[in-house]
Design a protein around this ligand. Structure first.
Ligand SMILES: C[S@@+](CC[C@H](N)C(=O)[O-])C[C@H]1O[C@@H](n2cnc3c(N)ncnc32)[C@H](O)[C@@H]1O
Length: 278
C-alpha cells in the first residue's frame, strides 16, 4: 500500500516531540526522497509515493524522530547560499555564522590581494564564503580533525574555488607567514552547559562545541597565538556565545589587540568580537 504526498507531509505530526520545525523537516525529507523541489510537492499533493520511496521516507522520518539533525540525514546544508556537504566529523554551519562572514568582508573591503586564515574551518563554510565573494583574496582554512579537512576539501572541489586551501593544524601551530586577517568560529560552549544534551548539538562532535574554562579556553589560545601571526593593521574576529562578549573583549585586550568591538546578532545578543593589531 502507498500513500499520497499530502499524507506523507501530514506525518510531520510524528516529529513534534523531536523537532521545533516538524513541517519544514517533513518537507525537506520528502523532497530528498522524491528528488524534487518544494513546488512539486505542493503542485502534486495527490500523487502516490512508489513503495521504495515510501520505505525510504519512513526510514528518514525515523532517524529524525530519534533527534538526528536534518542536515546530517540529508548530508548537506546551505551556508552563504553555497550548497555544502556536511557529516558528523564537524559542526553543521549555522545561519548566525554568516554575520561573521559579513563582518570579515566589510573589514576586508579596503584590502586587495590579502591573505586570510579561518581557524577551525569544519566544513570550510567561512573560508569558502569569503573566497566566493573575493576571488583575489587567498584563504586558508585549518582544522585539527583530518576528517573535517577531507570534508572541506570535498566542498572546495565541488564549488571549484581556486583561492582557498585547507590544512590540518592545531590552531595557529602550522602557520608561519603573516596574514591580514584571522577569523574563527571556535568551540565556545561551557562543558557544563545543559543545552549540550538537547537538539542538534547532542549529535554534533563535542570537539567542535565544547571548550574548557567556561567555553573560553580556545578563544584565549587563538587570541594569544594570532597576535604574532597578523601583519600590522591585521584583524582577528571571533564568533562567541551571547554571554561571552565582555570576556572576549578582555581576552583580546590582554593579547595586545586594539580597536576592539562587538557586534550583535539578529536577536540583539553580543555574538561577534574583533580587534586590530596596530
Ligand atoms: C564551532 S566548529 C566551527 C566549524 C565551522 N568554522 C563553522 O563555522 O561551521 C569548531 C571547529 O574547530 C575545530 N577545532 C577544535 N579544536 C581545534 C584545534 N585545536 N585546532 C584547530 N581546529 C580545532 C573543530 O574540529 C571544529 O571543526
Amino acid at each position: 500500500m502507498s500513500i499520497t504526498i499530502r499524507r506523507a507531509l501530514a506525518q510531520a505530526a510524528l516529529l513534534t516531540d523531536s523537532s521545533d520545525t516538524p513541517r519544514l523537516d517533513a518537507e525537506l525529507l520528502l523532497m530528498h526522497t522524491l528528488k524534487c523541489n518544494k513546488s512539486f510537492i505542493y503542485a502534486w499533493p495527490d500523487k502516490l509515493l512508489l513503495s521504495g520511496q515510501l520505505s525510504e521516507y519512513e526510514r528518514l522520518l525515523a532517524r529524525r524522530r530519534k533527534g538526528e539533525p536534518v542536515a546530517y540525514i540529508l548530508g548537506r546544508k546551505e551556508f552563504w547560499s553555497l550548497p555544502l556537504m556536511v557529516n558528523t566529523s564537524t559542526l553543521i554551519p549555522r545561519p548566525e555564522t554568516e554575520l561573521l562572514v559579513e563582518k570579515a568582508l566589510s573589514l576586508l573591503a579596503v584590502c586587495t590581494a590579502c591573505e586570510v586564515i579561518d581557524l577551525g574551518t569544519g566544513t570550510g563554510a567561512i573560508a569558502l564564503a569569503i573566497a566566493s565573494e573575493r576571488s583575489e583574496i587567498r584563504v586558508t582554512g585549518c582544522d585539527i580533525e583530518s576528517q573535517a579537512i577531507d570534508l572541506a576539501n570535498r566542498n572546495k572541489a565541488a564549488l571549484a574555488f581556486e583561492n582557498v586551501n585547507f590544512i590540518i593544524s592545531d590552531w595557529c601551530a602550522e602557520f608561519t607567514r603573516p596574514v591580514d586577517m584571522i577569523v574563527s568560529n571556535p568551540p565556545y560552549i561551557d562543558p557544563d552547559d545543559p543545552h549540550l544534551t538537547r537538539g542538534d548539538v547532542n549529535h554534533e562532535p563535542k570537539s567542535a562545541l565544547v571548550s574548557e574554562n567556561k567555553g573560553l579556553a580556545d578563544i584565549q589560545c587563538i587570541a594569544s597565538g594570532s597576535f604574532g601571526l597578523l601583519k600590522p593593521g591585521g584583524w582577528l574576529l571571533f564568533e562567541h556565545g551571547y554571554e561571552q562578549g565582555s570576556a572576549v573583549r578582555r581576552i583580546l585586550a590582554d593579547a595586545g589587540f586594539e580597536n576592539i568591538g562587538t557586534d550583535p546578532d539578529l536577536a540583539g545578543h553580543e555574538r561577534i568580537s574583533y580587534g586590530r593589531k596596530n
